[in-house]
Write a new protein. Structure first.
Length: 191
């Protein structure tokens, strides 16, 4: 009986140690994500401030910086639905943070960076909506395409989602080809 109690005690200590290691790893990942997101938000908010109320032709008839107030979503969809966009933005950011928390052990550097891009863009545009009631868009591309104005936060989100889709496609292809190994076996993805 005493031997079994010792085994149970050792097992409980091992479980607690593993839980502490997981918490420490999760905190480390969240610190990295926080730093990346903070840098991205500072850059985006800085550019929005620098180009507000300016009309600068960078490349005539192709690229100019021209500030507009976007009270809608992507491509101006849903004008004057600020509250709905704030709620949707908070929900999406919460889902991403929960995903990072739950999958911390399995995430590699590339995926963390891609998720941080999406978070950084989402947080920066959320700041605009909360404090101004609209998103500041200033990059105006014309020429071959007549694109709606956008900002760096939008670029972060698009690049982040493209990278996530690419990583998912590569992962799915590796699974299909039977090349998938555990994350722990891939030392290049370790944090």
């Amino acid at each position: 009986m005493e031997k079994e109690e010792k085994k149970m005690g050792a097992l409980e200590r091992k479980i607690r140690e593993n839980e502490e290691l997981e918490k420490k790893h999760r905190r480390k990942i969240f610190k990295i994500v926080f730093i990346i997101v903070l840098i991205l938000v500072i850059i985006d908010q800085g550019t929005k401030f620098a180009f507000v109320n300016k009309n600068i032709d960078v490349i005539p008839n192709v690229l100019k910086f021209n500030t507009v107030q976007n009270r809608g979503g992507a491509f101006g969809v849903g004008q004057n639905s600020t509250f709905s966009f704030i709620v949707a933005n908070i929900i999406v950011l919460g889902i991403i943070l929960k995903f990072i928390s739950m999958q911390a052990k399995q995430l590699d550097k590339k995926t963390i960076f891609a998720l941080s891009l999406v978070l950084g863009g989402g947080v920066s545009n959320l700041i605009d909506r909360l404090f101004k009631g609209y998103v500041v868009d200033f990059i105006d591309i014309n020429g071959l395409f007549n694109f709606p104005n956008f900002n760096l936060a939008d670029v972060y989100v698009v690049i982040g989602f493209i990278l996530l889709a690419l990583f998912f496609a590569m992962f799915a292809n590796n699974v299909r080809m039977g090349k998938n190994k555990k994350v722990k076996d891939d030392k290049s993805g370790e944090i």
